[in-house]
Design a protein around this ligand. Structure first.
Ligand code: ADP
Ligand code: MG
Length: 264
């Protein structure tokens, strides 16, 4: 049974000037337990709006139609209590590096322990779990005694991933988790996310505007353009045989993926 099912999802946003923007157009997606889906598309193509719809976190100026079922919960129709049980416990989200949720005035270990206690962890066990989480994201134990500003951008993003995994979610949504990081660090963070997906058997939705970063993933790829999913299928198949002009253009811009033109 899929853990994420999106059927004919439409999202309209009312802009400040009264214009209506059709941010997501008739989207259909499905992701199985432990599966992985990369979503790519240029800025403004509707990627974040689609992810927010999965968590039932669309802003008040949004109107929506269609069906979104996540881990058995009808996100658009279901009661708020069911949604609250879903968020962070079953589905966690990592946002882009520049918008990290860390408090500047508390040490990393303290913040993570506090989060665990907030989510119902026994305070005596929370510290051990905090260390386990830092270890999972491959940060040295010494980091627990540091403040966010004492970490590099990549290390901070590892902490953010540790936060997301605190409640042992089944599904991880990552919205451009490496934007604003150096290229080498970007690749390391993606590699970490993919390794964690495998070891924790997470279902993963990874959003990026960078095809070079996600083009080597397993699983499915959805390409968004102006709110529409214009291409959707197994990554390896689409990377070699794109059907839509937009993906062909994106691929042509990647030095490593130079498309071999098939004879007409
Ligand atoms: N809160 C909002 N209010 C009004 N318009 C929005 C809001 N969020 C996004 N949009 C619009 O919806 C479209 C899709 O945006 P978004 O989902 O953020 O794209 P992406 O994540 O692919 O860059 C854009 O035209 C954007 O301007
Ligand atoms: Mg976005």
């Amino acid at each position: 049974m899929p853990v994420i099912e999106v059927e004919r999802l439409n999202v309209w946003m009312q802009a400040g000037d009264g214009r209506i923007i059709h941010a997501v157009k008739n989207a259909n997606l499905s992701l199985g337990n432990g599966g992985q889906l990369a979503i790519i598309g240029e800025s403004g193509s509707g990627k974040s709006t689609l992810l927010m719809a999965l968590l039932g976190l669309l802003p008040p100026n949004a109107s929506v139609s269609g069906r979104v079922v996540v881990n058995g919960v009808d996100v658009l129709e279901g009661p708020e209590a069911a949604l609250a049980g879903l968020r962070w416990r079953e589905v966690a989200m990592v946002f882009q590096a520049s918008s990290n949720p860390l408090s500047p005035v508390h040490m990393i270990g303290q913040q993570l322990t506090r989060l665990l206690v907030f989510h119902g962890f026994d305070p005596k066990r929370a510290k051990a779990r905090m260390r386990e989480l830092l270890d999972m994201v491959r940060l040295p134990t010494a980091c627990e005694q540091l403040y966010p500003h004492q970490l590099s951008g990549g290390m901070r993003q590892r902490v953010v991933i540790a936060f997301a995994l605190a409640c042992r979610p089944k599904i991880l949504l990552a919205d451009e988790p490496t934007t604003a990081l150096d290229p080498i660090v970007q690749a390391e963070i993606i590699e970490l996310i993919l390794a964690l997906r495998q070891s924790l058997d997470l279902a993963l939705v990874l959003v990026s505007h960078d095809l070079a970063l996600v083009g080597r993933m397993q699983g499915d790829l959805a390409v968004m353009l102006a709110g529409e999913i214009v291409e959707y299928g197994p990554v390896n198949q689409l990377m070699t045989k794109p059907t839509h002009e937009h993906l062909r253009t994106l691929l042509a811009a990647l030095p490593d993926f130079g498309l071999v033109e098939e004879p007409a």
